[in-house]
Design a protein. Structure first.
Length: 270
């Protein structure tokens, strides 16, 4: 399938195909990838994003706040003064809510703030967020992170090479201890597995970095830079400069010529 055919199919079915450069860890261009329109060409849906993101933020709340009611506050078991004859309003306890140090009326108690959101809504919101980042040039595709040992300096060099500025989310296919430790000391970088990526994480990030394994959908290779072959990796011989084999052959021929000439030049004594 040619790139033109792919664009036409994407434009008629799911929207225009988003093209993304595939980069190496050193920032070199390896190829051109056509992203799946089902994930990166979805129209914007602000009400859906608001509902899903609100639910995701509510789910992150611990819900452990708690206040004491008048029955839980220490003290106040005795009646402060007699019922009649003082001229004051009758009171049964000094730990009532209107007393200083008393209990709290209608105060918060531990509870869950989780909101139920249909799974299809969550998935569609993530696709809307990814499409928004694709339209704003906030996506990067890297072939792989090659860290022999965890090192923050190497992580920074990779981010600079692929032009990642601001808050960055790196999406991996699964747990990778070397990559996670390399970016752990960077406050503006978050490393997440693809299974935990949410619409809120994408919207809060300036740049989202994918690897080939973590890229959602079915990507299509539009252009690929050919790797140098084994013959081309050898050191090329300069034009006019003899190789070692040629030198050896030339020396052998010169020795044979010299021996032949020595034998022919000898004079025969009668």
């Amino acid at each position: 399938m040619t790139p033109s055919m792919l664009k036409e199919r994407g434009a008629t079915a799911l929207g225009p195909v988003v093209e993304l450069e595939k980069l190496s860890s050193s920032g070199e261009r390896i190829g051109l990838i056509g992203l799946d329109p089902r994930y990166f060409s979805v129209p914007e849906n602000v009400p859906l994003l608001h509902q899903v993101v609100t639910a995701q933020l509510a789910t992150r709340r611990a819900g452990t706040q708690s206040t004491k009611t008048r029955s839980e506050v220490r003290g106040g078991s005795a009646k402060p003064y007699r019922q009649k004859g003082t001229g004051n309003a009758r009171q049964g306890s000094i730990r009532a809510p209107h007393y200083a140090g008393g209990g709290i009326a209608l105060g918060p108690k531990p509870r869950s703030y989780a909101q139920r959101t249909p799974r299809k809504m969550v998935q569609h919101a993530l696709r809307c967020a990814l499409s928004d980042r694709a339209r704003s040039d906030g996506l990067r595709l890297i072939d792989a992170f090659s860290f022999d040992v965890p090192k923050t300096k190497d992580a920074l060099s990779v981010l600079d090479a692929i032009s990642c500025f601001g808050k960055t989310v790196i999406v991996l296919e699964g747990p990778n201890e070397s990559v996670e430790k390399s970016f752990a000391n960077l406050a503006n970088v978050i490393v997440l597995p693809a299974s935990q990526l949410s619409a809120y994480d994408v919207l809060c990030a300036d740049v989202v970095v994918f690897t080939e394994e973590s890229l959602p959908g079915e990507a299509t290779t539009l252009e690929e830079t050919k790797a140098p072959s084994a013959k081309s990796t050898k050191t090329p011989t300069r034009t006019g400069a003899p190789t070692a084999r040629a030198k050896k052959a030339a020396n052998t021929e010169a020795d044979e010529d010299a021996q032949a000439s020595d034998g022919s030049d000898e004079k025969v004594v009668p």
